[in-house]
Design a protein around this ligand. Structure first.
Ligand code: LP5
Ligand code: MN
Length: 256
């Protein structure tokens, strides 16, 4: 039994190859899994569920086909697509995940996040985040025409790029204390997140026990990355009611 985790695809009409890679993945590899988790920034920018750009319709249909085939798909908002709304989730059959969400993988408490909330040193970003996550600000934004929303989103993206270019690198990574605190608060032994585009497996010691932080990779035009959890087969000799942790590995999705 497999559970897949992906994040940070940043789908946009400017990156058709990444879109193709995802469509192939959803129609192929993902169908062998029991569950797929998408941990934010599936889209480079989401300006409202009423945006019927061809890319959006294509991805919605592909997710709908995946969930209709019996694969459970759960999706978390990222800092680019936090406006994915009720209509999107209803149409695609995806479950909406709050950030953070605690799940069990092979019996182990595992915390899922996008990752931006862990970047607690990036005060300018956290201020921006508070503003754009305000429901009233969002409602005002959604009242605008698609054309002006598109222009505003492009402006935010430009400003964000300019701000990032002069930010010290360290500020844009997670804060280690924030990681420890959230794992402790949820009693989790593993944290899986994206956002930072610094894929790695980190070992952490918390209160004398071992924990892990798995950072997902950003998808590019020629390759995507999937974190896979395979749970131990039911035919093992484990006593009833117990579960074994299963195994983790990473796979690369390539075009062709
Ligand atoms: O996204 P990325 O990788 O470039 O950088 C992120 C942080 N930036 C963002 C901004 C997004 O890129 C913008 C995308 C918007 C698309 C959706 C449109 C819908 C808008 C709805 C409004 C209700 O998330 C960046 C982090 C970086 O990750 C690393 O963690 O540093 O943070 C910033 O760049 C924030 C800047 O420091 C300050 C903000 C500049 C923009 C100012 C505009 C003010 C608008 C007020 C909102 C009403
Ligand atoms: Mn992100």
């Amino acid at each position: 039994m497999e559970t897949l985790f992906i994040s940070d695809l940043h789908l946009s009409p400017d990156r058709p190859a990444t879109v193709d890679l995802l469509l192939r993945f959803l129609a192929g590899r993902a169908r062998r899994a029991q569950r797929l988790y998408i941990l934010g920034d599936l889209f480079d920018a989401w300006i409202g569920d009423d945006d019927d750009a061809p890319l959006n319709l294509q991805v919605r249909a592909a997710l709908r086909a995946l969930t209709a085939s019996g694969v459970a798909c759960a999706l978390m908002h990222g800092n680019r697509d936090f406006l994915l709304g009720r209509a999107f989730f209803r149409d695609t059959g995806c479950q909406r995940l709050t950030d953070p969400t605690l799940i069990r993988c092979g019996g182990e408490p595992t915390l899922l996040m996008h990752g931006d909330l862990l970047c607690t040193d990036d005060l300018a970003y956290l201020k921006f985040r508070r503003r754009v996550r305000n429901p009233l600000v969002q409602r005002l934004f959604l009242w605008k025409s698609l054309a002006s929303r598109r222009a505003l989103a492009a402006d935010y993206r430009r400003k964000s790029g300019a701000a990032n270019a002069v930010k010290p690198e360290g500020i844009m990574d997670v804060n280690q204390q924030a990681v420890i605190e959230i794992l402790r608060r949820y009693g989790a032994v593993r944290l899986i997140h994206g956002h930072t585009h610094r894929p790695a497996e980190h070992a952490i010691r918390i209160d004398g026990r071992q924990a892990a932080r798995s950072v997902l990779a950003e998808w590019r035009s020629d390759r995507g990355e999937v974190l896979v959890h395979t749970s131990a087969s039911l035919s093992t000799s484990a006593p009833l009611g117990t579960s074994t942790p299963g195994v983790w590995h990473r796979e690369t999705v390539i075009a062709g």
